[in-house]
Write a protein that binds this ligand. Structure first.
Ligand SMILES: Nc1ncnc2c1ncn2[C@@H]1O[C@H](COP(=O)(O)OP(=O)(O)OP(=O)(O)O)[C@@H](O)[C@H]1O
Length: 219
């Protein structure tokens, strides 16, 4: 289980997260819903270790993540899909998938790549294409596949549905649902409650860096 308790973050001298507490459980999809600027991206970046924490606690299966830099968190099984995808255009899809795994020295990367391709055959079909040649929707699926390469325990997805066609959004939902049986905890930042409410077991609403009412999803 991922557990944030009273997490506080300031950026450029301004308090951005003002006591965020939430939990995300293995085999479940958890939504973090809020308007633009509410603090969703900052929450995900804080969990990944890309933003320093000023206060509060951050644990994965009881382990304190705070002392660990981002690459150590990735090696622990945390995958992050940023909103802007950050694929490397001149590299092929497969190279994009393998690069972070090489960078953190992920053991069993070829086996994990096969597993990702089985889950997402549409990404396997693009393996030899250069990332820059893909549509925005295809790039999103590749960015999800890349996060899945090392996201064996926890996946952090920033607005994964944004810009997808209805058909692709449906497919993304199917893929996320299929991860339940793998016991992966999935935390999805989303600005549109309706897009996530049918998928998520649990939904948190964030406003101005504060969690509002933690409640059950699926309404
Ligand atoms: N490096 C920074 N320095 C100062 N303020 C920042 C910095 N990064 C983000 N902020 C501010 O922090 C607040 C939260 O931003 P954040 O990106 O976490 O929101 P968000 O909910 O993900 O919204 P969006 O969907 O627009 O990204 C915003 O007011 C933003 O302007």
């Amino acid at each position: 289980m991922l557990e944030l308790e009273d997490v506080r973050v300031s950026l450029g001298g301004f308090p951005i997260l003002r006591g965020v507490s939430l939990q995300a459980f293995p085999g479940q999809i958890t939504g973090l819903v809020g308007r633009n600027g509410a603090g969703k991206t900052t929450t995900l970046r804080t969990i990944m270790g890309l933003v320093p924490l000023q206060g509060g606690s951050l644990r994965l299966e009881g382990q304190d993540l705070r002392p660990l830099p981002a690459h150590r968190r990735a090696a622990l099984g945390i995958g992050y899909m940023p909103e802007d995808r950050r694929l490397i255009g001149p590299l092929t899809v497969e190279e994009n998938l393998l690069l972070p795994a090489w960078a953190i020295g992920l053991p069993g990367a070829p086996e994990r790549l096969r597993w990702v391709y089985e889950r997402m055959p549409e990404v396997a079909e693009l393996a030899e294409r250069r990332a820059a040649q893909l549509s925005g929707g295809q790039q999103k699926l590749v960015a999800l596949a890349r996060a899945l390469m090392h996201g064996t325990r926890l996946l952090l997805l920033d607005e994964p549905f944004e810009g997808l066609s209805p058909a692709m959004a449906l497919r993304l939902g199917e893929i996320l649902q299929s991860l339940r049986t793998e016991g992966i905890a999935v935390l999805v930042a989303e600005s549109d409650l309706h897009r996530i409410s049918a998928l998520a077991e649990r939904i948190y609403t964030i406003e101005r860096g504060e969690i509002q009412d933690p409640g059950e999803g699926g309404q």
